[in-house]
Design a binder for this molecule. Structure first.
Ligand code: PGA
Length: 238
């Protein structure tokens, strides 16, 4: 895993957006797996500016939401897909049918997972991921198999606590569906994003530790095209 550290979150986001623009220019029909959550927001905002300036287009791209919470109605603001809509999709030209999201409200969750795996097909060109405070990738919690495909997850207590931050005071969900680690390890390129001092400890454990399912993000240490992009705060313990 390569590591890159930036002086500020602003320069970090601008750099990532520049790389993303270059990827869209080089491969307009790129297939991207995109994390929700707080970390990618400044990058998405910079991408919206780039699209408005005519530097990039999502017109032929496809985006897969990395994960989704259960127990929330499809229009709930806390849904991961809706976070991605608010920060990116509502403002760029990605055709609605080119956005894949996980229907956690469906009755047959096994079918939802199988359909998502089918849609992922040959895999992602690029996965843009965050890291959880417990080292999770998407909702792949500590202990998840490196061979996992899209699956239902009972959330770890630390992840339920993080989810509470997106719920505006409401009860956080206790389960979700996530793209599995297998698909993330098979992505042609992975950008792992980390900002803020709260992430410094888990980032150091991931980079300096073993490749272990105890810290799912550490499995990316074996990926030949993975870069960890950090701001100064997130890299403070390296
Ligand atoms: P965050 O979430 O970007 O909101 O910190 C990351 C995660 O928990 O995977």
């Amino acid at each position: 895993m390569l590591t890159r550290t930036f002086e500020s979150t602003e320069t970090w986001a601008d750099h990532l957006a520049r790389l993303w623009v270059e990827q869209l220019q080089a491969q307009p029909d790129i297939r991207i797996c995109l994390a929700a959550g707080n970390t990618p927001v400044p990058v998405c905002e910079a991408m919206v500016r780039a699209c408005r300036a005519g530097e990039a287009s999502f017109g032929k791209a496809t985006i897969f939401a990395l994960d989704e919470y259960g127990e929330l109605a499809p229009d709930d603001a806390g849904r991961c897909a809706n976070m991605i809509r608010r920060c990116l999709l509502n403002h760029v030209d990605l055709p609605a049918e080119n956005f894949y999201e996980l229907a956690t409200e469906a009755e047959n969750i096994d079918q939802v997972c199988a359909d998502y795996d089918g849609a992922i097909g040959e895999g992602f060109d690029l996965a843009i991921l965050g890291i959880g405070l417990n080292g999770h990738l998407g909702m792949n919690e500590p202990g998840t198999s490196a061979e996992s495909t899209t699956h239902r997850v009972e959330l770890h207590p630390a992840s339920i606590q993080s989810a509470a931050g997106y719920m505006d005071g409401r009860e956080p969900p206790r389960w979700g569906i996530t793209v599995g680690i297998k698909h993330l390890l098979e992505a042609k390129e992975v950008w792992l994003l980390a900002t803020g001092e709260a992430k410094a400890k888990i980032v150091a454990q991931m980079v300096q530790g073993q490749h272990t399912t105890d810290i799912p993000a550490s499995l990316l240490n074996n990926h030949s095209e993975c870069t960890l992009f950090m701001d100064k705060e997130a890299s403070a313990m390296l």
